[in-house]
Design a protein around this ligand. Structure first.
Ligand SMILES: Cc1ncc(COP(=O)(O)O)c(C=O)c1O
Length: 338
């Protein structure tokens, strides 16, 4: 873009608080919504904070995934620390669990979930559960905060769809280029119901005016001067991630047979194996693995309910930036730790 002096100079000016028209248009096409519903943010965390500040009153209760992406709990602290942990099960956020709590009189301002390739639990929310969650939100009048940074990273299985969220006045979709183009850009977006576009835009205008025009213009050029580039980047990444996920699973099954209950991921960046033997102490295992030069995120880090011990039986293994050889070597060392 810097070969076009007019475009370069234009990007040194203030721009619209919702984001540049061109970038909003690209994102809106990808999401299948009207561009007027997009707000470009400084990444997913910024989108979560704007959402919380807009729809969560002080001291309100928010239902959250358990295990949960801890960054959301940090974002929530700008308004409240009252959470209702909702188990994440094989089909994702346990909507029936939440329905029972609501039927018993619990009231919430919002429910937070990562519907695709959950961080850390790797599962996706099934299409019927997406619909059921939105029906609950519409019946009880809370917002669903849909945090979806891994959505593009599917390498097998069936897409469960986001239209059900985009069609509801009760869903706020938070997304980011962090997992596709890289975290350093600090660019993400919100898809908002029409009635929240003004309040969120006013808030963001008062906080930081808008996302850097230079960065928006650079990303917009990257996405549009070659119409297939983004899809090629995503395809290249997911091909690599599938190979790495499979290499990690094969190595665990070969070198530590029976030590873990493993669910093969359909996308995303993580494996969330569960220790099968209750005699294995996860804290001690982590200490020994580190001594052998293997680091991972212990499951207890993601517990939304500290009293609940089930997350602690898991390890979050990240396979995206290690070669199959490195992953096999890591498992060999993990086996030594055992
Ligand atoms: C579930 C989830 N939401 C949000 C984010 C934050 O994204 P960003 O780097 O765009 O702020 C992450 C990053 O790891 C994440 O895993």
């Amino acid at each position: 873009m810097w070969q076009d002096p007019d475009a370069a100079i234009a990007s040194l000016q203030y721009g619209p608080p919702r984001g540049s028209d061109a970038l909003c248009a690209w994102i809106a096409r990808r999401e299948g919504v009207d561009p007027s519903r997009i707000v470009v943010t400084n990444g997913g965390m910024h989108g979560l904070a704007l959402t919380v500040l807009t729809v969560v009153e002080r001291d309100a209760t928010v239902a959250v995934d358990d295990p949960v992406f801890p960054g959301f709990l940090w974002a929530l602290e700008v308004s409240t620390t009252r959470t209702l942990p909702v188990p994440v099960v094989a089909g994702g956020f346990d909507v029936e669990h939440l329905a029972r709590r609501l039927a018993n009189g619990t009231r919430i301002a919002a429910a937070y979930t990562v519907p695709d390739f959950h961080n850390p639990a790797q599962v996706s929310l099934s299409a019927p559960k997406r619909r059921a969650l939105i029906e609950l939100a519409e019946r009880y009048g809370f917002y669903v905060i849909v945090d979806d940074p891994y959505r593009e990273l599917r390498f097998r299985g069936q897409d469960q769809g986001v239209a059900v969220f985009h069609e509801s006045d009760r869903a706020i979709h938070v997304n980011t280029f962090t997992k596709t183009l890289g975290p350093g850009w600090r660019v993400g977006w919100l898809v908002l119901p029409d009635h929240l576009v003004d309040p969120v835009t006013r808030l963001r205008n008062r906080l930081d005016v808008h996302t850097s025009s230079v960065t928006q213009a650079t990303i917009e050029r990257l996405l549009t001067d070659d119409a297939t580039r983004f899809d090629r980047i995503v395809h290249g990444a997911t091909t690599l991630y599938r190979e790495r996920a499979d290499a990690l699973i094969d190595a665990l099954r070969e070198q530590l047979p029976g030590a873990f209950r493993i669910v093969a991921p359909e996308g995303g960046l993580f494996l969330w194996p569960r220790l099968t033997d209750d005699a294995v102490d996860p804290t001690e295992l982590f200490r020994r693995a580190a001594a052998h030069g293997v680091l991972y995120q212990p499951g207890e880090y993601f517990a939304a309910d500290p009293g609940q011990r089930s997350s602690a039986r898991h390890l979050r293994l990240s396979y995206s930036d290690r070669t199959p050889e490195e992953l096999r070597e890591a498992v060999r060392r993990l086996a030594l730790a055992f």
